[in-house]
Write a protein that binds this ligand. Sequence first.
Ligand code: ATP
Ligand code: MG
Length: 438
Amino acid sequence: MLPCEVLDILRRLNESGFAAYAVGGCVRDQLLGRTPEDWDLTTSARPEQVMELFAPHCIPTGLQHGTVTVRRNHRSFEVTTFRTDGAYSDHRHPDGVRFSDRLEEDLKRRDFTIGAMAIDVGGRIVDLFGGQEDLKNGVIRCVGEADRRFDEDALRIMRALRFASVLGFTIAPDTAEAIRREREKLRCIAVERICVEMTKLLCGKDVARVLLEFPEVIGVFLPEMLPAVGFDQRNQHHCYDVWEHTARAVEAVPAEPVLRWTMLFHDLGKPHCFTVDGNGVGHFYGHGKISRTLALESMSRLKFDNDSRDRIGLLVDWHDRVIPCTRKGLRRTLNKLGSDGVAQLIAVKRADNLAQAPAYRERQRELDRAEEIIAELLSEDACFSLKQLAVNGRDMMDLGLSGPAIGQMLQRLLDQVLEEKLPNDRETLLEWAEEQND
Ligand code: ATP
Ligand code: MG
């Protein structure tokens, strides 16, 4: 059940008189039949003893926390001494740790029952808090008293939601209530850490359910979305309120971070531009732009990198624009967004539509058609950008142009090609440019 490197390390520790186990996430993943990404080991040996036993194939990764990285077969294994955590005055980090001789103490400090199990060299599982039962029933439950555990380290709130989404588990009622009560303590957590968990949560298979169940938690670090909760759209295209539509749209898009964040943000602007016409029908004219502004503000606060921020802002802005289902129109769109951007935009539009009322799903056919045309354009290597144009600035200079006239002429040539009035053919383009120049 355990990889041979892990067995090796455990045996070596046991032979020297120390208790040793694989522990935490790897045990959970193994029991779920998933391949663990990494194996964490825990032992009664003190860090210096671990260093001595495995020298020179080890690195003192975090001695003050008891962690030594042991290298085996070009793989790394973290071996951490049994420990208990001291008080948590900042709602994130223990003020200090104390090493222990008892596995039980080490398991007790872990956040959820399904990640608080250990397994020994013989494959025997140590499960003191009903982790196997919770795994079987698909339940996330705190080890010990939930309010205290979230108060100690508020990041656990996001970890609980993340596991629920990724594993498709439910959160035990007392754990869920504690999450709601303790949610404000998320403000003590670095936004970067929150975002790492949120991205995993968004990319999970059960993201819609988790978003719908805990909007007030998401609202702590993303207050821009709170007005969406329960916001009635009063429009036949929509059978859900803005938040439920958002949650369903997130789940409907492929599980890539940029796409999932885009769907989370795409309708943030709706409550801010809602109008009702004479027939009592709701409209959200211009909401793409407002959503983009709100999304950009949130992403700056959440310290997104610039590339993701720009791309997500662009997709949010464009999500509600009509993309024409013609070769010319799609060449124009390719020109503006690039081929990757257009592919993402179509995925966004698909997801948006899939989260609308079922009667309006015929929009999917239009998107199929747009995809076909784009595939056709790409396969014939169609020109949609200046750098693909068969002539360049040098050619324009040879025609006697200089300064800004060069760029202007190239742009006019590109326009002709995008409009399919001229083929992207060097001779033809030079001829046309010369004529214009006369
Ligand atoms: P994954 O590796 O899939 O992100 P994981 O549960 O393995 O999930 P790690 O960060 O690898 O998470 O941590 C390994 C183990 O350490 C966890 O299974 C858990 O037992 C414990 N742990 C991690 N973070 C915390 C925390 N914030 N509070 C309490 N225990 C934690
Ligand atoms: Mg892990």
